[in-house]
Design a protein around this ligand. Sequence first.
Ligand SMILES: Cc1cc2nc3c(=O)[nH]c(=O)nc-3n(C[C@H](O)[C@H](O)[C@H](O)COP(=O)(O)OP(=O)(O)OC[C@H]3O[C@@H](n4cnc5c(N)ncnc54)[C@H](O)[C@@H]3O)c2cc1C
Length: 409
Amino acid sequence: MPKILIVGAGQSGLQLGLSLLENDGYEVTLMSARTPDEIRAGRVMSTQCMFHLALEHEREHGLNFWEAETVKVEGLGVSIAAPDSSRALDWVGKLDNYAQSVDQRVKMAGWLEKFEERGGKLIIHGVTTSDLNSLAGMYDLVVVAAGKGELVQLFDRIPELSPYTQPQRALSLAYVHGLKPRPEHPDFSAVRFNIIPGVGELFIIPAYTLSGNCEILFFEGIPGGPLDVFTDNPDPQEHLDRILSLMRQYLPWEYDRATEVELTDSRATLAGGYTPVVRNAVGELPSGHAVLGMADVVVANDPITGQGSNNASKCAASYLDSILANGDKPFDRQWMKGAFDKYWEYAQHVTIWTNAMLQPPPPHVLEIIGTAAAKPAVARRFANGFQDPSDFQHWFLDPDKAAAYLASV
Ligand SMILES: Cc1cc2nc3c(=O)[nH]c(=O)nc-3n(C[C@H](O)[C@H](O)[C@H](O)COP(=O)(O)OP(=O)(O)OC[C@H]3O[C@@H](n4cnc5c(N)ncnc54)[C@H](O)[C@@H]3O)c2cc1C
């Protein structure tokens, strides 16, 4: 019976572990730095909006425990702020199937408890490279799913696939209750992508947290610009006050909805940033054992396109298929490389699109965004691209293909 060790209890590690346990014949051990209660009592980690194809993986493995309570995200809206803070453009595209965002504190804590119920072996331990070095020989396969933690150093950065060497956005967010309904479409919820040219973006994301449904106010600020003002780690209320004051200045139509908001809890704020990167998926331990990197460990994109949890879910699903297809054969370096290459066939499209979205929009993208205001089909295609970004290569990323598409709608 293959013995598999997964390090890291996030979206990818837990989804893989829980889905493996549905198949007889695997002994699965998961190492988590924190207990479920510590995760619930900790700080928010993400905005984690997940689109239909990723949610389908959770449903397939009976992991969508919060689906009924969680607000359904049925559209994706775009607004652009003019220099005088008026709204130069505004539209919403309907999603063919709804998206949802379950606070990772809720989801990962619940999934960890489920992991033990399904017969997995859980070890609460923050793993070091030297731990892995001595543990690896006891398992047939070691998967490192530790997100952006220090263990990424086991995996070499691939420079030709990693165009950035510094963070491209300063991230800052707050989970809130009390946001007033969106007047443009009070009948359904949508993620809103507010662009402030030259300054950054504000995303507003309906979500489910420890205290029920809420909304997340999430700024992506261009480094050194006016939104990059959270490095002093303000206390939670000051953090929210700063977000609100920036909303009032740059996006008054969103601020008007936010005059009565309050934090969902005392750990509901986050600030930071990281450099997008693609790494070699096979890591080498000093003992000579190879380990397989998973999800953010090997492909970490900026959250500007909200794809990291979606990628993590798709990576877990893809690795599950590769593990099952391998049967009792050895999980050697060649198998590891093949498993990653299969995932990368998809993930490359997310990476190319996300890296492009970090740059000022080229003329053909501005034309697409402008046309979407008049043509719902364009808005709809853009919105639905978030569930499968491989579509963007066919119409969004290339000026000639964009022109041909716009001429056809
Ligand atoms: C501000 C922000 C907003 C985001 N918004 C979205 C969004 O809207 N949609 C979306 O799809 N994605 C979003 N993402 C990205 C998403 O959160 C991540 O890409 C996703 O969680 C990655 O999953 P993972 O399994 O690779 O790692 P993680 O979910 O980060 O899990 C890694 C786990 O490993 C643990 N760990 C780390 N080191 C060790 C160790 N040494 N020993 C043991 N355990 C360890 C960590 O504690 C953690 O539990 C956002 C990210 C950020 C920062």
